[in-house]
Structure formats: structure tokens, C-alpha cells
Write a protein that binds this ligand. Structure first.
Ligand code: MBD
Ligand code: FE
Length: 313
């Protein structure tokens, strides 16, 4: 039996009071958005005949999600980060700022303040002697192919178990997190280890909901990038290492065709050798094209809460 109450004066009045429409204090934008959100939740209860049992289990689910620190993990799983990117791509397009290397989502595991070096960095601490050694390298240019020197390439990745330092306290400080300044030719390079894909905690709140949706919580092997240089649009992106079973089945919807890289095993790499690694290595080459803009607000990453970021909101 479906009863209809949403159109009644009683419910309309309730929603307006809930959102503070009858109060002069408060924030108008927050009021309007909360009004819409609560209206839509009420409507869902009506349309799906949500029972009190279902309703309260949802309330406690949200609480548990927060207590487990998984709010920013469920978000990409539900496509929200991807959706914000789709919008940002459309905004760039409308502003004549499309082009360059495609963006993709930041994810919840960035840590600010990684060690900064010039041209090259070793990202791993050498503790994993079984891991496949990789050399990440590339050039940052503008859309005309002119090298961008002194760009900051801020890279972070998981270890061979799919875990990120800081969040995994067993890893050393800033393990697999480095900032590298491009050289005069716009080049950067990093010696690292092959990352493994990430999996949501199997007993966590995110996986609990994904399981209800018949979905897995796996990400393919990937490496995150922020690339920044004043005068250019800040770029947030990731590369995927080709050949992972989840490359085109990412629970966070971050894969973009142009960002899938073929790893190339070589017997010796000049760059790695110059920095003390003479053995075989797997090269991962990622060249970045930045889009020039004089809009200063686009030169830096958007504000958001990030680990160890000073102005965390
Ligand atoms: C990750 O490593 C990640 O990049 C995202 C988007 C979500 C969870 C873990
Ligand atoms: Fe990640």
C-alpha cells in the first residue's frame, strides 16, 4: 500500500521549517540545498515505501561510515568524484580551457608536504626487495610542445600490497610520495616500485554497500599526479598501468583511455643508472601537457581537507 503525503500542506510546511525558511538568520544557499535534500529524501521514503527498519539502518550506516573514516571512500565508489570531474571538464570546455592531459579524480589518500627534489627522486625506501623496480619518467610541456621547467610533479602511489603510507602506519614516512621539480627541459623521473591496485577494506562500510549493489571495491594499479606551475591550469590526474584486471573496471570510475600506460621492461635505463640503479627496470613513461591560463585561481588545486595540509578545512 502506497500512501501519498508529500503534496500535503503539512509536509510542505514541515520541510520549510526544517530548512529555516521562516528564519532570517542562517545561510540562504545552505537553506535551499538542505530543503531540496530533505524533500528528496522524504520523496524516496514515499516512493519506495521505506520502512522504519530500513530508515534507521540507513541512519546508523551513515554514522558507521563516518566513524570508520570512509566517507571520502564511498564518495568515489558512488561516482561522485567522477561526476565532479565530468562537470569540471564541461566547465573547462565552456571557458575555452579544454585540452591538455585529461584530469581524473584525486581520491582520498593524498598527503601534503612530500619531500621535494629537482628532476629526480627515489620514491621507495628499499624495504620491499621483492617488488618490481620501475622508472617513472616524462616531460611536462605546454599545448605547443614547449617544455615547462620548474613545474612541481607531486606523485603518490600504493606499495606492492596496495597500501598507502601514512594511512598504512607500517610504511616509512612519505613512502612512495614525492614532489619533483621539472628540469630545464621540463623532464622529471622517479625510481619506484610497481604499485598494486587498491581494494576497499573488505569489512568496511563502503564494501558493505557495494556488496548490496553486487559490486566489488577494487581499483587497478595506478599512480596519482598533481602537476602545477603558475601560468597553467593545475592538473589532478592518475596513470593506470596497463594489464591489470581492473583497468577498465575501477570501482572509483577513474580510468581514462589516454591515461592507461604500457609498462616497458628494459635491461638498463640511463636515467636510473645515473642515480645508482644498474639492473633491469620497468619504464613507465607519462608525458604531461598543461593548459596555459592567466586565471590565478586555476593555478592551484582546489581546497579540500587533505592529510597534513596546513589550511585543512
Ligand atoms: C585509492 O587509492 C584511490 O585512488 C581512490 C580514488 C579510492 C580509494 C583508494
Ligand atoms: Fe589511489
Amino acid at each position: 500500500m502506497t500512501v501519498k503525503t508529500m503534496q500535503t500542506a503539512e509536509v510542505k510546511e514541515l520541510l520549510e521549517k526544517v530548512a529555516g525558511f521562516d528564519k532570517s538568520e542562517g545561510n540562504e544557499r545552505v537553506k535551499k540545498i538542505v530543503h531540496r535534500v530533505m524533500h528528496d529524501i522524504f520523496q524516496i521514503v514515499e516512493d519506495f515505501d521505506v520502512t522504519p527498519e530500513e530508515f534507521w539502518s540507513a541512519v546508523y550506516y551513515v554514522g558507521e561510515l563516518g566513524a570508520n573514516n570512509e566517507t571520502a571512500l564511498l564518495a568515489p565508489g558512488l561516482g561522485m568524484d567522477r561526476y565532479l570531474d565530468i562537470r569540471q571538464d564541461a566547465i573547462d570546455e565552456a571557458a575555452g580551457l579544454a585540452g591538455g592531459t585529461p584530469r581524473t579524480i584525486e581520491g582520498p589518500l593524498y598527503v601534503a608536504g612530500a619531500p621535494l627534489s629537482e628532476g629526480f627522486a627515489r620514491m621507495d625506501d628499499g624495504s620491499d626487495t621483492e617488488a618490481e623496480v620501475i622508472l617513472i619518467k616524462g616531460q611536462v610541456t605546454d599545448e605547443q610542445g614547449v617544455p615547462v621547467a620548474n613545474a612541481i610533479v607531486d606523485i603518490w602511489q600504493a606499495d606492492a600490497k596496495g597500501a598507502y603510507s601514512f594511512f598504512d602506519q607500517s610504511q616509512s614516512e612519505y613512502h612512495l610520495r614525492r614532489r619533483i621539480k621539472t628540469d630545464a627541459e621540463g623532464r622529471y623521473a622517479a625510481q619506484s616500485i610497481m604499485p598494486c591496485g587498491y581494494g576497499c577494506p573488505p569489512d568496511g562500510s563502503t564494501q558493505k554497500l557495494l556488496t548490496q549493489l553486487g559490486r566489488h571495491g577494487q581499483r587497478p594499479a595506478h599512480i596519482h599526479y598533481f602537476v602545477a606551475k603558475p601560468g597553467f591550469k593545475h592538473l589532478t590526474t592518475q596513470v593506470n598501468i596497463a594489464g591489470d584486471e581492473y583497468t577498465f573496471d575501477d570501482f572509483a570510475f577513474a580510468t581514462r583511455e589516454e591515461l592507461v600506460l604500457e609498462p616497458k621492461p628494459v635491461e638498463r635505463s640511463d636515467i636510473a643508472a645515473r642515480h645508482g640503479w644498474e639492473g633491469p627496470i620497468t619504464e613507465v613513461e607519462f608525458n604531461v601537457v598543461l593548459v596555459a591560463t592567466d586565471k590565478a585561481e586555476l593555478h592551484e588545486r582546489h581546497a579540500r581537507r587533505r592529510a597534513l595540509e596546513e589550511n585543512a578545512a
